[in-house]
Write a protein that binds this ligand. Sequence first.
Ligand code: HEC
Length: 398
Amino acid sequence: MSAALPLALDPYLRDWLDLLLRVLHVIAAIAWIGTSFYFVLLDQSLRPVEKAEDAADGVAGELWEVHGGGFYRVQKYRVAPPRLPDHLAWFKWEAYATWLSGFGLLIVLYYLEASATLIDPRVADLEPWQAAASSIALLAAAWVAYDVLCRLLARSDWALGVAVLALTAVAAWASSELFAPRAAWLQVGAMLGTIMAANVFFVIIPAHRELIRAKEAGREPDPAAGIRGKQRSVHNNYLTLPVLLTMLAGHFAFLVTRDRAWLILVALMVLAASVRLFYNLRHGGRTIWAIPVAAAVAVVALAVALDEDEPSSGAPDPALAARGATVFASAGCGGCHTLAAADASGNVGPSLDALRPSASRVQGVVTAGKGAMPSFGAELTGDEIAAVAAYVSSVADR
Ligand code: HEC
């Protein structure tokens, strides 16, 4: 990978930063998503209070739980308890640590190595600084646009849901016009993740602070702040799974490199969010099996539709495959892969003879990279990639 920026990191240091930031990112995200799932489950499962004096104190509902060898009885107050407790647990650093480590990873892996990972000249021939600046500007723009939509459409959850979906679609499309395929999906996830973290930082935590300030000043807290915080918390809950999907984009080269990958992403995100819808309704006492059934049917339909979308899998053009043999040799594929027809016996990556990949699979992985396999999107032209794909798919173990 060429060091395209004067600030390029030493590769060894880069690897360590990658390891540490990635581990932190995954752990913080697990903690954050865990609390999101738990508290929305709790809110959805609250039952009427058993004791009249609790109700008189302002308890809105309670839930009995059994876990870890004991029973818990959790109560939620309508606004605030009559007296503030001495010890109060907050939930915010999960969110902040997830965002900070995620942004750190973006810097280390995407902004400092933009020409290898963020930029694909066939999508947009950007300078590294332009690509990094566009990515950061889009993160900020996503939050501003979302926050404005929430304020404008505060009254209708439905209208707001549709508007946020439209915003996501625009984000996915814009990213696909600017960035390399794999980075484009990740960018959409980073934008939604930024919205989630900003919800915590700018809305949810300030709402909690307002509740406490009001209690301390002896005035009745304004329930509106709490309601707004709750709405943003629910939004975050619906965004968890769509964002996780984008974070795994590196493993789905067969999808991210498609022509209309952004539309596929939007469809998959809607399906991922429908999983949350199912559980949130179920925890509230309404189990609607039609939701997971419809989602499963939609996944199969999508898979079938995309299969037909592929160029016919007939014999590849022999002239193209012949050119591909040259690309295979010059790009050094044989250093890592075994392919008898090319006299190659590398064993860093899987044996292509054993794998017998389709042309589109080769095309996807060569364009976008996968795991330890570097992306060739910036080094090879689209034609060369198509040629090497035709070659590998026609000679592997034949
Ligand atoms: C630096 C070593 C390296 C080079 C060079 C390399 N690959 Fe790979 N390749 C890998 C590794 C490692 C994997 C396994 C990636 C994974 O599954 O995480 C892989 C995976 C693949 C796969 C399987 C992808 C899948 O869907 O599972 C194909 C096909 C492939 N490489 C083709 C190529 C072609 C064609 C070239 C030359 C343009 C090439 N590779 C160059 C290391 C390399």
